[in-house]
Design a protein around this ligand. Structure first.
Ligand code: PLP
Ligand code: COI
Length: 359
């Protein structure tokens, strides 16, 4: 890897003050990684260099046809002061799958992880120390061929940036959700399983509609039957049936239109480790509403890299409004959240070997 250090890297005191501010995506670390690809030569040697703007021709493909993908992953401070990445191989694999769907080149897993490790090592001082805070890492790739013809780009640019991240949502408050029956996120054969910018662009009008209803997030239902609960704007969903040791923790099945969340997958294991039954199910809006009304559904939470585990309280839709758990974070929700954070921060035994030590 080529290394060109940033001569204007922030001094430790300035950096620490920015990290202490918390928030999500407000400040970026001193460096970034870039790696070019073209059809003829494949991947170039990656370069770690000063974080900063890039210059692109106005006719660059990505601006016109949206050929872009990204990932979201985190580095966590460990009890010994070291830093660990959570399941980076899973992000590398999903990045390759997304690339495939968007006709972009697959980046080899080792190269992907090499770039992430290099940036985290270089900008280690930007990794917060508090539990629940972390360094959010954003790998992305886009089409850089210049020209307005609609075709798979013969050039691409991979970039990697990172931002210190506090809580995306305040976990002590439940998130209110708007179940969208007007817009659709993904259909079979579409790009729902891929992490591509276009999915998010198309979701923003629904996000706006949710805000108008006083809701924080959108819940998507399936495109065909318009009744099956899928996921949220940037998170997967979990429902708790029953309570105590007999509870079952359920999540919508991956039908090909949901993003297969790495947090979702991890929670299936964590919930089992904690002694709960788990199920991947088809859950309709009616099941949701009736389950809440009968008291069978006791807790709901959303999960994702940015959001970790966030309680969901009020669900609003064209079919009515219903509230789970009195709008308060549930016990099992918080137990799962704390267990997962414990593994990520190295205070709970990592029996699944999910953590990869960087330093
Ligand atoms: N669903 C969507 C649409 C997302 O954007 C995300 C965030 O990455 C997730 C689910 C959760 O995925 P993960 O747990 O891998 O972050
Ligand atoms: C993530 O959790 O990594 C996401 O991508 C969600 C959102 C910030 C887009």
């Amino acid at each position: 890897m080529k290394i060109s250090l940033n001569p204007q890297a922030k001094d430790a005191a300035t950096r620490d003050a920015l990290v202490a501010e918390g928030g999500f995506g407000k400040y970026y670390t001193d460096h970034m990684v870039v790696c070019e690809w073209n059809e003829k030569d494949g991947w170039s040697e990656p370069e770690l260099k000063a974080y900063g703007p890039i210059s692109l021709d106005p006719a660059t493909a990505v601006f016109h046809y949206g050929q872009e993908i990204f990932e979201g992953m985190k580095a966590y401070r460990q009890p010994d002061g070291g830093i660990g990445l959570f399941r980076p191989e899973a992000n590398a694999r999903r990045f390759a799958k997304s690339a495939n769907r968007l006709a972009l080149p697959e980046m080899p897993e080792e190269l992907f992880i090499q770039t992430v490790e290099a940036l985290v090592k270089q900008d280690a001082g930007w990794v917060p120390n508090k539990v629940g805070e972390s360094l959010y890492i954003r790998p992305f790739m886009f089409a850089t061929e210049v020209g307005l013809g609609v075709r798979p780009s013969n050039k691409a640019l991979y970039m990697l940036i990172a931002t210190p991240a506090g809580a995306y949502f305040d976990p002590s408050k439940a998130v209110n959700v708007w179940i969208s029956t007007e817009y659709v996120r993904a259909a079979q054969g579409g790009t729902g399983e891929a992490k591509c910018g276009g999915n998010y662009a198309a979701s923003l009008v629904a996000q706006k509609a949710a805000a108008k209803e006083g809701c924080d997030q959108v819940v998507w239902i399936d495109a065909k039957e318009r009744k099956w609960v899928e996921e949220m704007g940037g998170m997967n969903l979990y429902f708790v049936k029953g309570s105590g040791a007999d509870a079952t923790v359920i999540t919508p099945k991956l039908t090909g239109t949901l993003l297969p969340g790495i947090t979702r997958d991890s929670i299936l294991s964590v919930a089992k480790d904690l002694g709960y039954k788990t199920e991947e199910v088809m859950l309709s809006i009616d099941n949701w509403r009736d389950g809440v009304a009968s008291g069978e559904i006791t807790e709901i939470f959303a999960c994702g890299t940015a959001a970790v585990v966030s309680p969901v309280g009020t669900a609003k839709s064209a079919m009515g409004t219903w509230v789970t758990g009195g709008g308060q974070p549930g016990k099992i929700t918080m137990q799962i959240r704390n267990h997962l954070l414990g593994i990520q921060h190295g205070s709970i035994n990592d029996t699944h070997k999910w953590m990869r030590k960087v330093i």
